[in-house]
Design a protein around this ligand. Structure first.
Ligand code: GLY
Length: 570
């Protein structure tokens, strides 16, 4: 597989410039600090988190501050108008998971995206006011801060508010991202006004100010959740819904609550796995796949060998098939979590594995082709000097969600409703299938793949990881864990090395360009993995901004798949 060459962080700025052109050529060395570490997709947001740690905040304070900052500095996925999951492991061993996933509005109906003939209406669940779920991020971030943080709401929101009001210099990556979406933003006056420079594209170095968003943040800073779910922001969101035919009402907003859930707990070769439970499918699937792999000598097979890829693809195929049938919002559907993560079940599920031949995914209507649009979600990892660890993934679903800003708020609204199963066995944007467990119902949370995960060893947090990338989130998280635990990679290699993905349906292996050597590919094809699709590095398979405890401190790694991220303090 692709060789990784490292450079020292002193050349960091140069690296970023080079990465913009050829992101997969080199991998920066991980950052090191004895005093805690933050890694996120936004350099400015990582600096906010590192500053909170430097001022004595704990990992939760830093993660919450990063969450609010990402809504300003990385608006394609960071958000106030979306949702997310946060997995926490405090240094005393306490574990917790906060679910602030969006919910279907109370007026949502099971068949709301179908036409009179029962067919899915294209783009209704992704590009319309009906695509928007009731946002959860603000409630979740505030609840997490209250329960496990040490700083005040004012202290952790102030940096984001300042960045929104005073602005920050756009990097090339973000300026280009705004420019690419201009035709879509043009459909909504408020969105076009924010993400263009008076109708022209923003350029690198332009100062990007978001006055309305600054005021929305100020209302949250002053009044807590009521500053978002009630009052002016709520009025403006409801007005936007009424203007565009959306469903969210004052009752939906005022009634939104984040939920504390018991994390999914697994073990893998002497390591504890702490991950997100339903309504995420991520934690269940990661533990299920690790259970299937544990019986095999993964290290001896070797990173990148056809034998190991075959084992992993077959584990992925079985786990994703279970996802379609069994995973959904546990408040609405009896998800058999304990059975799915049981080691005996994994042995039984993998009993028909043939080391000499690929199996075939069930004959169900095939999923869509590789999405042309880079799906967006974002992940941040934080660990503080005491070993408190936070794994945080947040999303608007697709890049910039519905592209709709609720006029007057600066808040981009999600299009998370597409993560429901609009119709049984009909693929969503990510080609994922679903059934009854993930059918739409009022007040229900749509199934997610977000997989914020913490790996602990000998009673201490070792690795904090997770990823964006829709359905590929789960297999990215799996591979980072296997790279560390089985292949003994350092954080830089574990994060940077090429990755592949299989999700049962469509029956194909996605691999990053040059991720399989020619002979690995030939062997895989000989085993029956004939549908192998190469994707450009950094497109389709997401980044994994991660931190890891190392000798004398902590390593932090902004995945070289993205150009704008950073780990710090630097
Ligand atoms: N919207 C992507 C996910 O939650 O899986």
């Amino acid at each position: 597989m692709r060789a990784v060459r490292k450079v020292h962080h002193a050349a960091w700025l140069l690296v970023v410039a080079v990465l913009a052109g050829s992101v997969h050529a080199i991998a920066p060395e991980a950052e090191f600090s004895a005093g805690g570490m933050v890694a996120s997709r936004s350099k400015v947001a990582s600096e906010v988190g590192a500053d909170i740690l430097a001022r004595g905040g704990n990992a939760v304070d830093a993660a919450v501050a990063v969450g609010f900052a990402l809504a300003v500095t990385y608006p394609s996925a960071g958000n106030l108008g979306g949702g997310g999951f946060m997995v926490i492991r405090m240094a005393d061993g306490t574990v917790a998971a906060n679910d602030h996933r969006e919910k279907a509005p109370l007026a949502a109906t099971r068949d709301m995206y179908l036409d009179a003939d029962g067919n899915v209406v294209p783009e209704l669940s992704t590009h319309s006011h009906l695509a928007v779920g009731v946002p959860g991020s603000v409630a979740g971030l505030l609840d997490v801060l209250e329960k496990y943080g040490t700083m005040s709401r004012r202290e952790v929101i102030a940096p984001a508010e300042r960045l929104a009001r005073q602005g920050f210099e756009l990097d090339l990556d973000t300026a280009r991202s705004f420019e690419r979406r201009m035709p879509e933003f043009a459909r909504y006056e408020a969105s076009a006004a924010i993400f263009s420079n008076n109708g022209s594209p923003f350029a690198r170095g332009d100062v990007f100010r978001q006055k309305d968003l600054g005021q929305a943040l100020s209302r949250i800073k002053r009044s807590g959740r009521d500053g978002f779910y009630k009052g002016r922001t709520a009025d403006l969101i409801v007005a936007e819904m009424e203007r565009g035919g959306g469903l969210i009402t004052h009752e939906d907003l005022a009634g939104y609550e984040s939920v504390w859930r018991q994390p999914v707990l697994g073990s893998y070769r002497g390591h504890d796995i702490i991950s997100m439970p339903p309504p995420s499918s991520g934690g269940v699937l990661v533990v299920q796949m690790l259970n299937m792999l544990e019986a095999y000598d993964v290290a001896a097979m070797g990173y990148g060998s056809a034998r190991l890829v075959h084992h992993m693809v077959e584990a992925e195929r079985r786990a994703y098939a279970d996802r379609a049938e069994h995973l959904g919002d546990p408040d609405f559907y009896d998800v058999p979590v304990e059975r799915l993560i049981n080691k005996a079940y994994a042995r039984q599920r993998f009993a028909d594995f043939n080391p000499l031949a690929a199996s075939s995914s069930a004959d169900i209507a095939p999923g869509k082709a590789v999405p042309p649009e880079s799906p967006d979600t974002t992940h941040a990892s934080v660990i503080d000097k005491d070993g408190n660890a936070v794994s945080y993934t947040t999303t608007l679903n697709l890049s910039y969600g519905s592209k709709i800003v609720a006029a007057g708020t600066g808040v981009l609204l999600n299009n998370e409703m597409d993560d429901f199963s609009a119709k049984p066995d009909t693929p969503n944007f990510y080609g994922l299938l679903g059934r009854e467990a993930n059918a739409i119902a009022p007040g229900k949370r749509m199934l997610s793949s977000m997989t914020p995960t913490i790996v602990a060893k000998d009673g201490k947090a070792l690795l904090v990881t997770g990823s964006p990338g829709g359905s590929t989130i789960i297999t990215t998280t799996l591979q980072v864990i296997v790279n560390v635990v089985d292949h003994g990679m350092d954080l830089s290699d574990a994060v940077s090395s090429a990755r592949f993905h299989h999700q049962w349906q469509p029956d194909r292996v996605i691999v990053e360009q040059r991720g399989f050597s020619p002979d690995t590919r030939q062997r895989l094809e000989a085993l029956g993995h004939t549908n192998i699709v190469e994707m450009p590095f950094g497109r389709g398979i997401g980044d994994a901004n991660s931190v890891m405890a190392v000798e004398g401190g902590f390593a932090g790694m902004a995945d070289p798949r993205n150009a704008g991220g950073a780990a710090g303090p630097r």
